[in-house]
Design a protein around this ligand. Structure first.
Ligand SMILES: Cc1cc2nc3c(=O)[nH]c(=O)nc-3n(C[C@H](O)[C@H](O)[C@H](O)COP(=O)(O)OP(=O)(O)OC[C@H]3O[C@@H](n4cnc5c(N)ncnc54)[C@H](O)[C@@H]3O)c2cc1C
Length: 487
């Protein structure tokens, strides 16, 4: 894209960029704009507009009764380097803490009982024979079907496929229901029958193409990783990391690095229009009547919001953005003091397949997974509810939600301990759905957005829902504006 931004003819000043949305994507975009000014001497100014009074969007950390509670994301993956790299840039490297991997058991509810996932499972692919063969989670016919995977020919057609169709085809129905649906589509809070494989787990597709089999591909990947570790030593970072003071520490660090006069909270953008047909100057309207002029605009708001904002500028783009669906969830967090009958929580938590007919979709044993989350010997648990087909639960009143969670925890984990702290976070229309064909949809959106010089879209609605992907998209959005090199 050659969208070089220039000061609009009417503006005597340096180019002005507006970022709408102060979640991790918008904050990272502001950070990379400032970094550009400092490192390359690019002349520009920017204004970040956030509708709420707090920055961070879905990243929320609260302290209550000595517990450290993340209401949205609680960690991020290190294999995608952009999260760790930003933390290093911000001086947060020593604040990153990994999961307590010596206790990395994950359980799956199966016929009402918690059963451990077999060791050696990579994504959902067994790579070690013995733990898989002796696992009580998968039935003998289910194991035989999964064991046939290396002999299933790869798919010839090139088009997108749903996660459900892919897993069913390669590993069978039981692997889909007990492993892939709760574990993989759980990450995307999506229905596996609709979730695009290309947009969610392209690695699985690559393994099938490269090795003709997931099992062969994963075993090769495991060997390569072992050889790498032998040569370079074990990585000091675990697969997932968080921050000592909770995920909001990242937001505060970004805030601390940004020019405070450029960051405005409590200001909702209501529309983006343009004086020219396909480009700047853009007119960014704010609730209450104010209008700001901008030479470029980065929209890091969810696609459904960006769709509204662009209704007048480009009805076609607005319509394309509106096609991305969203779902809602709730996170219920409970804190327990030491007491009789409280289980040890030896693991990271459990997943609940749809077939178990529960309200809880998944449960993280946070105080085991990470240090510094609860007072000594107290336990912190977080349960996820809602999502596709269960969205109405999110609007249940607090007491009903807590009673339901406590009843199900009692039935699943056999404990009736009384929590001393409860906290509910409701996430309305917060999870973008990467439905079948998402990548094509996203490509069309990008092509259409590119017809507007200096307009960029970034964030979890498009190309990765995790925090590292949001950070990467922010950096790409900044670079896509195509700044003139300083002479
Ligand atoms: C419950 C939950 C758990 C999650 N767990 C993880 C996890 O463990 N690891 C992980 O990597 N990811 C996780 N995610 C996903 C991750 O948190 C999000 O994808 C990411 O934070 C999205 O960042 P964003 O900046 O793109 O969007 P948002 O955080 O949604 O930010 C968008 C911002 O735009 C603002 N805004 C909206 N409309 C306007 C307007 N008109 N004008 C101005 N501002 C506006 C909003 O107030 C918001 O601050 C989780 C998400 C949820 C909800």
């Amino acid at each position: 894209m050659t969208n070089n931004i220039q000061p609009s003819p009417s503006s005597q000043e340096v180019p002005h960029i507006i970022i709408a949305g102060g979640g991790i994507t918008g904050l990272a975009a502001a950070y990379y704009l400032e970094k550009r000014v400092k490192s390359k001497g690019t002349s520009l100014r920017y204004t970040l507009l956030e509708k709420s009074d707090e920055l961070g969007g879905k990243i929320v950390t609260e302290k209550q009764d000595g517990y450290l509670i993340d209401g949205g994301p609680d960690s991020f993956i290190t294999r995608k380097p952009w999260g760790v790299s930003l933390c290093r840039d911000l001086g947060l490297e020593d604040e990153l803490i990994g999961t307590n991997d010596e206790l990395r058991n994950i359980f799956v509810l199966s016929d009402g009982k918690l059963k451990p996932m077999p060791e050696g499972l990579m994504l959902v692919v067994p790579t070690r024979f013995l733990p898989f063969a002796t696992s009580s989670l998968i039935s003998i016919p289910g194991k035989l079907r999964m064991g046939m995977e290396p002999f299933i020919p790869p798919r010839i057609e090139d088009g997108d496929e749903t996660l459900a169709s892919f897993i069913r085809r390669r590993l069978g129905e039981e692997a889909l229901k007990k492993l892939a649906a709760p574990l993989l589509s759980g990450i995307y809070v999506s229905d596996p029958e609709r979730l695009s494989l290309k947009s969610s787990f392209p690695r699985l597709l690559e393994l099938e193409r490269e090795y003709g089999s997931l099992t062969k591909g994963m075993i090769a990947a495991r060997r390569k990783a072992a050889a790498w570790r032998k040569e370079h030593g074990k990585s000091s970072l675990s697969m997932f990391v968080t921050l000592r003071k909770g995920m909001e520490q990242l937001v505060h660090a970004l805030e601390g690095h940004l020019d405070s006069s450029s960051v405005q909270t409590g200001l909702r953008v209501t529309s983006v229009t343009s004086e020219e047909e396909n480009g700047p100057p853009y007119l960014v309207k704010i609730e209450g009547g104010q209008t700001l002029r901008a030479d470029a605009v980065i929209l890091s708001t969810p696609a459904r919001v960006s769709s509204h904002l662009l209704e007048d500028l480009d009805p076609q783009l607005s319509q394309q953005l509106d096609e991305i669906r969203f779902t809602s969830t709730a996170v219920v967090t409970l804190g327990y003091p030491p007491q009789n009958g409280m289980p040890a929580l030896d693991g990271f938590g459990f997943l609940v397949p749809e077939t178990e007919n529960r309200h809880i979709n998944a449960c993280t044993w946070t105080s085991t997974k990470f240090d510094h989350r609860s007072p000594d010997s107290h336990k912190l648990i977080r349960c996820f509810l809602g999502g596709p087909g269960k969205e109405e639960l999110v609007d249940w009143d607090d007491q009903t939600m807590i009673n339901t969670v406590r009843r199900e925890l009692n039935e699943i984990m056999s404990f009736q301990a009384q929590p001393e702290m409860t906290r509910i976070y409701r996430w309305h229309k917060a999870h973008p759905q990467y439905d079948l064909g998402h990548m094509d949809r996203e490509e069309k959106i990008r092509q259409r957005a590119d017809t507007h010089q200096g307009l960029a879209l970034a964030g979890s609605s498009y190309d990765g829902v995790g925090i590292p992907d949001c950070i990467r998209q922010a950096e790409e959005a900044v670079e896509s504006l195509g700044f003139p090199e300083n002479k």
